[in-house]
Design a binder for this molecule. Structure first.
Ligand code: ZN
Length: 501
């Protein structure tokens, strides 16, 4: 077989593997939105079966042979094909290097840990969760060894979520964020009265909140013929397949912000999924570049656009039409309310300024755990110490502290930094968009959000996994990833909202 034929055969096989992933994604979506409670056990079995079949198909030795045939004549492929082969090879190596036994042990440890975490969190009982985390850490260390990361264990963990990111670069980044953001918190909070949020609190009928969110999501250009929006207890976005991207949302009645910003966030993810080039569908490149890049899209829409003054100038009239209590409330007031900074214990409720400090706390602890410098039993003390130092408050119990997030119970260490990377990428992309789209603020103020979507589509979405994250950012913005645009953006915004000097 020549290299062309081998390539065609590889892509044909990969398309089937992707179909299995899509089917699994649809079953998972259904599990979160529609599934009757008594169907949960059978659904778990279906998902496990599909995962097994997918793994078997993907790691078929024939795939390795075909890849070798392509490599033998690699220079004959064009750049796009080379990128397809690069991603496919990485995924294949990863999938075949991990022994089945380790994968199974991990899956078992993970479901036990998830159960254990739910109980432990309900009782605020860290010692009950600690053995689960110890077991997961042991398996993660073995995984990093098998994958060839040696002593660079944290890099091995990052590789699952943000290929190319390193512990060393994140250490520098977080040191910078800690030293520059933490002092700003104090400065802003001395002027807390300048961002009063009472106008967005009260009673907001859910059906009307839904209408407001729909107006915004449509303006963003989320294609409802290629997607849908349903309810779930934890909002998420699932890019199931080409032409099928699903968002979920939840509502709270006494505050306008959570549902609105939740759905803008998920729609930002959704636009990314809908914008991946159709020619990449069912190929190795036909998915998002990295978690950090994915999060840059949701945060850009949620925070940079959705919490801007032009946004509120555009949508305050719609909000006032729906909610009599907002009649006569100036866009500036809504904008200030949307940007109120508060010290809080809970990461998912944090504002733009304190959010990355919450991530910094987790990064420090994860590194120490993975290095073996911190005993699992000592996590609560380390957590509380970090919280005190960075956010000036200490949780009253571990449920509000080190047990609050689900990630560790899923063995997802190395995941949190991608949230911060997403924030940084979003600001850098925004600066570039402003440079390249004159009048961007004015168009947002008219409620015209499509020019921005088109720019993001061309610069980010369309490429799928064609370029690694850092290269994608550099191609889109003309500069390698940097924290400076984010720090500039945040400083400018807070100066305006809080009238800082
Ligand atoms: Zn997100």
């Amino acid at each position: 077989m020549d290299a062309r034929a081998a390539y065609a055969e590889l892509l044909r096989r990969y398309a089937e593997v992707r179909d299995l992933s899509s089917a699994a994604a649809l079953l998972s979506w259904d599990q979160e939105t529609m599934l009757p409670r008594k169907g949960a056990a059978a659904r778990g079995q279906q998902l496990a079966t599909l995962a097994g079949v997918r793994h078997e198909r993907f790691t078929d030795p024939r795939v390795g042979e075909l890849l070798a045939e392509c490599r033998a004549d690699f220079d004959s492929f064009d750049e796009l094909q080379k990128a397809q082969l690069r991603e496919l090879t990485t995924d294949f190596d990863r999938a075949t290097k991990l022994p089945k036994e380790l994968v199974e042990q991990f899956a078992a440890a993970e479901s036990a840990a998830l159960e254990g975490w739910r109980d432990a969190r309900a009782k605020s009982d860290w010692p009950a969760f600690a053995p689960h985390l110890s077991r997961l850490l042991e398996l993660l260390r073995r995984k990093c060894e098998v994958l060839g990361f040696g002593a660079r264990r944290y890099d091995g963990l990052l590789d699952d979520y943000e290929k190319g990111a390193t512990e060393a670069s994140l250490v520098t980044l977080f040191a910078d964020l800690r030293s520059r953001l933490a002092p700003l918190v104090g400065e802003v909070l001395e002027r807390a009265d300048r961002a009063d949020a009472s106008c967005v609190k009260g009673a907001f009928e859910i059906a009307k909140q839904e209408q407001l969110a729909d107006v915004v999501v449509r303006a963003m250009g989320f294609d409802l013929d290629a997607g849908r929006i349903d309810r779930s207890s934890h909002p998420f976005c699932s890019g199931i397949a080409e032409g099928d991207t699903r968002l979920t949302r939840r509502f709270v009645e006494d505050d306008l912000r959570p549902a609105l910003y939740g759905v803008i966030h998920e729609a930002g993810h959704g636009l990314y999924e809908q914008g991946i080039g159709v020619e990449l569908a069912r190929t190795p490149l036909g998915e998002a570049c990295s978690l950090g890049i994915h999060e840059s899209q949701s945060r850009l829409w949620e925070n940079i656009v959705g919490r801007s003054l032009p946004f509120w100038r555009a949508f305050a009239p719609t909000a006032a039409r729906l909610f009599p209590s907002l009649c006569g409330v100036a866009p500036e007031q809504l904008w200030r309310a949307a940007n109120r900074v508060e010290r809080s214990l809970i990461r998912v409720e944090a504002d733009e300024l304190t959010y990355n400090l919450h991530v910094a706390v987790r990064f420090e602890i994860e590194r120490a755990l993975v290095r073996g410098d911190l005993a699992v039993a000592d996590v609560p003390a380390a957590w509380n110490g970090q919280m005190k130092e960075l956010l000036g408050m200490v949780p009253g119990n571990d449920a509000e502290g080190c047990l609050q997030d689900i990630h560790w119970s899923m063995g997802a260490l190395g995941y949190f930094p991608t949230y911060t990377l997403g924030n940084l990428y979003s600001a850098q992309l925004w600066e570039a968009a402003q440079r390249e789209l004159p009048g961007l603020d004015a168009s947002i103020e008219r409620g015209e959000l499509l020019p921005l979507r088109e720019w993001l589509r061309a610069k980010v979405h369309a490429h799928g996994r064609r370029y690694p994250a850092a290269e994608l950012i550099e191609r889109a913005t003309g500069a390698p990833p940097s924290a400076e645009p984010f720090l500039r953006y945040l400083r400018t915004k807070l100066t305006a909202v809080y009238s800082l000097d």
